[in-house]
Write a protein that binds this ligand. Structure first.
Ligand SMILES: Cc1cc2nc3c(=O)[nH]c(=O)nc-3n(C[C@H](O)[C@H](O)[C@H](O)COP(=O)(O)O)c2cc1C
Length: 278
């Protein structure tokens, strides 16, 4: 893989970019991204498709894709297509975020779009099967230094430069005891990489309870929040898992994902656990 930075550097560098400078990606960049996507899709267990829509590479070159003014200066998108019944939104989010981080490594700006795009227009162009729809898409391009007014306004409204503090997200043994940072624990860095992950409307719905050599992931749902037909907060959990796994592996912390027989806690849905094996 053509990657010049570490995953941790890419995670730390990524922010949502909504202002691009109108330059296009090179043909070679599309090839690299497509090759990376092909590698990622070899590991997925549920149906996920990606399609790159670009002024350069496809037959819709004259069409300006609609994002209600949220995205400026690019007409390139990586669209994630789901099977309405079979696709696992956690796996989808995990896979799509890997693609986002790879694009970041290559030097591109990206922005996840779950809501602010003209769904009908995109879906018409894609000729989807009856059982398919768009899960989420990614705007991609070359970042412009000066952010547009909309970009700044969205960042301000979503408090995009901020994240919840550790003690509201991460716990030790039970949900009553906040997990404290400890200077000798390598997992601190891994957990911090989850904290800075993107999430829909910056809701940060992931919670982790550390217990011995296990890290249990839970979803704290935002009431009445979601996009019809796609569980966007489960998608956020997949993004968090992607950050956790890539950082852990990069730091030499071997482990594996396992779904344990655990119950939900008050207000928290149990999703999966990382069992540390190093
Ligand atoms: C699943 C998902 C969907 C998102 N949908 C949109 C969207 O429709 N429009 C938008 O402008 N930003 C969208 N965002 C970007 C978030 O607002 C952003 O990730 C969050 O505010 C944190 O900011 P950061 O990405 O710059 O760290 C989405 C992010 C995620 C993860």
């Amino acid at each position: 893989m053509d990657q010049f930075k570490t995953w941790i550097e890419c995670i730390e560098e990524r922010i949502s970019v909504r202002t691009f400078d109108n330059r296009n990606l090179k043909q070679d960049d599309f090839v690299k991204i497509n090759e990376f996507i092909t590698e990622c899709l070899k590991e997925t267990k549920t149906p996920i498709k990606f399609k790159i829509l670009s002024s350069q590479t496809d037959e819709h070159s004259n069409q300006k894709f609609g994002t209600y003014g949220f995205i400026n200066g690019t007409n390139n998108f990586i669209v994630g297509i789901i099977d309405k019944i079979k696709t696992d939104p956690v796996e989808f989010g995990y896979t799509m975020e890997k693609v986002v981080l790879y694009a970041t490594c290559l030097g591109f700006g990206t922005c996840w779009l779950g809501g602010t795009f003209n769904r009908n227009q995109f879906e018409n162009v894609l000729n989807l099967n009856e059982n398919e729809s768009i899960g989420v898409l990614i705007a991609i391009g070359i970042k412009k230094d000066k952010q547009s007014f909309v970009d700044r306004a969205v960042r301000y409204a979503a408090k995009s430069n901020q994240r919840k503090p550790w003690e509201e997200l991460f716990y030790l043994d039970d949900i009553e005891t906040p997990l404290l940072k400890s200077s000798f624990d390598k997992y601190d860095k891994v957990i911090e990489m989850v904290r800075i992950a993107p999430s829909a409307s910056n809701k940060q719905p992931w919670r982790i309870i550390k217990n011995g050599n296990m890290f249990h992931f839970y979803l704290s749902r935002t009431p009445n929040y979601g996009v019809l037909g796609f569980d966007i907060q489960m998608n956020d959990i997949g993004i968090a898992m992607c950050h956790f796994e890539l950082s852990a592996k990069e730091l030499g912390l071997a482990g594996k994902w396992t779904k344990l027989d655990k119950s939900n806690l008050d207000g928290l849905e149990y999703i999966v656990s990382w069992i540390n094996t190093y």
